[in-house]
Design a protein around this ligand. Structure first.
Ligand code: ADP
Ligand code: ASP
Ligand code: MG
Length: 428
């Protein structure tokens, strides 16, 4: 008998029918003799709809109240799921994040889990109940307020519960059969991976692959939680995310195969580019600019500084950041224009980021050559480039992104024979 944590995403519980399907899956796991703890997301696109509504009543909704609002989505699905399980003759008990002991810092909208005290969950399990926990939310002890963990945060709830309860596995159920070499909505011939290292998954998640939330992968890595990403809509085995030294449960002793050089391709349309033009090319200007940017709360991703024009002694500095942070950052920079002494600010939200990720890049040369060659043959212009040890990213026009990703995916030999299935969801 094992303790299994299961997480069901929004598209898995979008309506009454889906909730009943999920309930059956949970009951089947219980029938097989396992203890089950479930983390559940809000139904369908509920979170997005509530966000839209909030912005209709207030341009910048108060963060505390926004968390109050958004956390209600998961309360709805957890109660409905528990009811559905009851009607199948099994005992289920739902808990909010705070009842489940999800203690976070006080950062509304992006709170970090600082402690998990699942006393009530343990009690319910000991009494033979199936435990259902509202994903995506927690509680701060100092402010005594409800917090949320950031978009996609139910994944983190599940992993944190798995770590605290010492579960055997954390199964993350969504509308695709596992982790693919690319988003199957963008590249239909993406191939399903049997397993992926948590290091590679972190890079993919950080660069737009929302199949797993980056903080959940981080948390799993730190606490050695085994993640199995799989589909609610089929019984096919999914993809294991393996931390350092973790064994693939499917692999027999000594059967380890050589890993491919490139694990996958990620695409991201959620970023914007800001260019600070005509910056005096003297020491200290970049520091001044990025101090302003960081004060505005934005997370900068790529940075490029042009060679300065000899005639003017001025240069341009471009950087990318989340679209959501762009307006605030531009405002902050504009307020300091004369103090910093730059000439102009440009805002471009039509960019797309393409990233190629693979641990094999450390030891193999020629990986970037394939990328640049594929883009050049596809006539795709590169605007920015950045690299890490196991990743190469380029910024291109957003309208070129899908075609560029397809060309690159093919060039690395990642295309599968069969088309990937996306079972549900709107991809929102
Ligand atoms: P959930 O609502 O269950 O949390 P998400 O929508 O957050 O599900 O994540 C699943 C989606 O992630 C898929 O529908 C797919 O479009 C997208 N995705 C992006 N990159 C990948 C990838 N490499 N493999 C699988 N799915 C991916
Ligand atoms: N409901 C939240 C969201 O849409 C959390 C999640 O689904 O993981 O972001
Ligand atoms: Mg998700």
């Amino acid at each position: 008998m094992a303790l299994i944590v299961q997480k069901y995403g929004g598209s898995s519980v979008a309506d009454a029918e889906s909730i009943k399907r999920v309930a059956k899956r949970i009951v089947d796991t219980r029938r097989a003799g396992h203890d089950v703890v479930v983390a559940v997301s809000a139904m369908g696109d509920t979170t997005d709809e509530m966000l839209d509504l909030a912005h209709e009543v207030a341009p910048i909704p108060a963060p505390r109240e926004l968390d109050m609002l958004l956390s209600s989505g998961e309360r709805i699905s957890m109660a409905l799921l528990a009811m559905a399980i009851h009607s199948m003759g099994f005992e289920a008990r739902s808990f909010t994040g705070s009842q489940a002991g999800m203690i976070t810092d006080s950062h509304h909208g992006k709170a970090r889990i600082v402690d998990v005290t699942p006393v009530r969950l343990r009690e319910a399990l000991d009494e033979g109940a199936i435990v259902i926990v509202a994903g995506f939310q927690g509680f701060n002890r100092d402010t005594r307020d409800i917090t949320t963990l950031g978009r996609g945060g139910s994944d983190t709830t599940a992993v944190a519960l798995a770590a605290a309860l010492k579960a055997d596995v954390c199964e993350i159920y969504s509308d695709v059969d596992g982790i693919y070499t690319a988003d199957p909505r963008v590249i239909p011939r993406a191939a399903k991976l049997d397993h992926i290292s948590s290091e590679e998954m972190l890079e993919l998640a950080a660069n737009g692959a929302k199949v797993l939330y980056i903080r959940a992968v981080e948390y799993a890595r730190r606490h050695r939680v085994l993640i199995h990403a799989r589909s609610t809509f089929s019984s096919a085995e999914g993809t294991y995310v393996l931390g350092e030294g973790m064994k693939n449960p499917r692999e027999s002793e000594g059967a380890a195969m050589e890993e491919p050089i490139v694990a996958g391709v990620a695409t991201d349309l959620s970023q914007a580019k800001i260019t600070v033009a005509g910056v005096p090319d003297v020491p200290g200007k970049a520091a001044e600019i990025f101090k302003i940017v960081s004060k505005s709360g934005a997370n900068v991703d790529m940075i490029v500084q042009n060679v300065s024009a000899a005639s003017t002694g001025r240069t341009d500095i471009s950087f990318t950041l989340s679209k959501a942070d762009a307006a605030g950052t531009i405002k902050a920079l504009a307020a300091e224009q004369s103090a910093v002494g730059f000439e102009n600010l440009l805002h471009d939200d039509q960019i797309g980021k393409l990233s190629v990720v693979g641990a094999g890049m450390r030891t193999h040369s020629g990986v970037s050559e394939i990328l640049f060659d594929a883009l050049s043959r596809g006539g795709v212009n590169i605007e920015m480039i950045s690299t890490s040890e196991i990743r190469i990213s380029v910024v291109v026009r957003g309208s070129d992104l899908a075609q560029a990703a397809q060309a690159v995916h093919t060039a690395y030999g990642l295309d599968s024979e069969i088309e990937a299935v996306v079972h549900a969801g709107t991809g929102r």
